[in-house]
Ligand binder design. Structure first.
Ligand code: CP
Ligand code: NVA
Length: 318
């Protein structure tokens, strides 16, 4: 773990009142400092009391980890959450986003939003006068990436020069892994069927941020992509909103299942990650989820610590 203890508060002070819409919103230094704060919070070396601040949760898709970890993170910071599920607010009856965002900014101190389109998230951020956090869109899942790299850092110490192979769909999770990995000096390999590679603008963004001599590479062959890597990562083949493509994708992705054979080609100390929820027997075998190299449940726990650090920084609680 890098010793950033003296610098963490000053590095993170610039994040006060900022949005977190993409992994690229924070610099390398800010991202590393957030991981250090998350580590300190997890180990009980830091306690932060935000003093009864309120996080509003607007989730138009299902969630277990993100929703609950935000709720618990706010409780541990001395604050509260309010559930602004569109089914129970006027949002579900068509109240305009620009009105909703401005009204909620008068009640809440920060919003975490899970929605289908990144552009809707950007619209919320435009109209809200409080920080807005991306809790997953079609394009990115930046809170997930913070927890993922925290898990890698706990395992290996220094992140610089490590290599992570993501096998599967070039989706929101893959995008944030590329961008956040680029910022942290991690080599990221993304291996997908040809038509499911990450979109070119996100790939270009990640490559433009990989300034520590690290690389962001694309692969089509899982056996090649996993050679000698420090971490194997996968996610579902059909994301929320793509359920009707599930059957078709099962065929296209059938050679992209993370299994013992792929693990045996990685570095002997490699770890296995999955953001969850998983479809056992599709993108990952049950054996791999349960194997000694799996850090999947530590990774899930780290959502809490990473988001606690994020909320503390955005709300100026350092
Ligand atoms: N990994 C993740 O975001 O899980 P949830 O969909 O349960 O929040
Ligand atoms: N790619 C998945 C991640 C779920 C946490 C989805 O968007 O459904």
């Amino acid at each position: 773990m890098a010793d950033l203890s003296h610098g963490v508060a000053s590095v993170l002070s610039n994040l006060k009142n900022q949005d977190f819409l993409s992994s690229s919103d924070f610099s390398s230094r800010q991202t590393a400092a957030l991981l250090e704060l998350a580590h300190q919070l997890k180990k009980g070396q830091r306690r932060i009391d935000l003093g009864n601040r309120v996080l509003g949760l607007i989730f138009t898709k299902a969630s277990t980890r993100t929703r609950v970890s935000f709720q618990v993170a706010m409780a541990r910071l001395g604050g509260q959450t309010v559930d602004l599920n569109p089914q129970v607010t006027q949002l579900g009856r068509g109240e305009p986003l620009e009105d909703t965002a401005r009204v909620l900014s008068r009640f809440c101190d920060v919003l975490a939003i899970r929605t289908f389109e990144q552009k809707e998230l950007l619209a919320y951020a435009h109209w809200a006068s409080i920080p807005v956090i991306n809790a997953l869109t079609d394009v990115e899942h930046p809170c997930q990436a913070l927890a993922d790299y925290l898990t890698l850092q706990e395992e290996f110490g220094d992140l610089k020069g490590l290599t992570l192979a993501y096998i599967g769909d070039g989706n929101n999770v893959a995008n944030s892994l590329m961008i956040c990995g680029a910022l942290l000096g991690v080599n990221v390999r993304v291996c997908c069927p040809e038509k499911y590679l990450p979109v070119s603008n996100v790939l270009a963004k990640a490559r433009g941020l990989a300034l520590n001599g690290n690389t962001i590479e694309l692969f089509n062959d899982p056996s090649e992509a996993v050679k000698g890597v420090n971490a194997l990562y996968t996610d579902v083949w059909a994301s929320m909103g793509q359920e009707e493509e599930q059957k078709y994708r099962q065929k296209v992705f059938k050679n992209f299942c993370l299994n013992e054979t792929l693990l045996s080609k990685a570095d002997p100390k490699a770890i296995v990650l999955h953001c969850l929820p998983a479809h056992r027997g599709e993108e990952i075998t049950s054996e791999l989820i349960e194997c000694d190299a799996s850090r999947i449940f530590d990774q899930a726990e780290n959502r809490l610590h990473a988001q606690q650090a994020l909320l503390a920084a955005l709300l100026g609680g350092l």
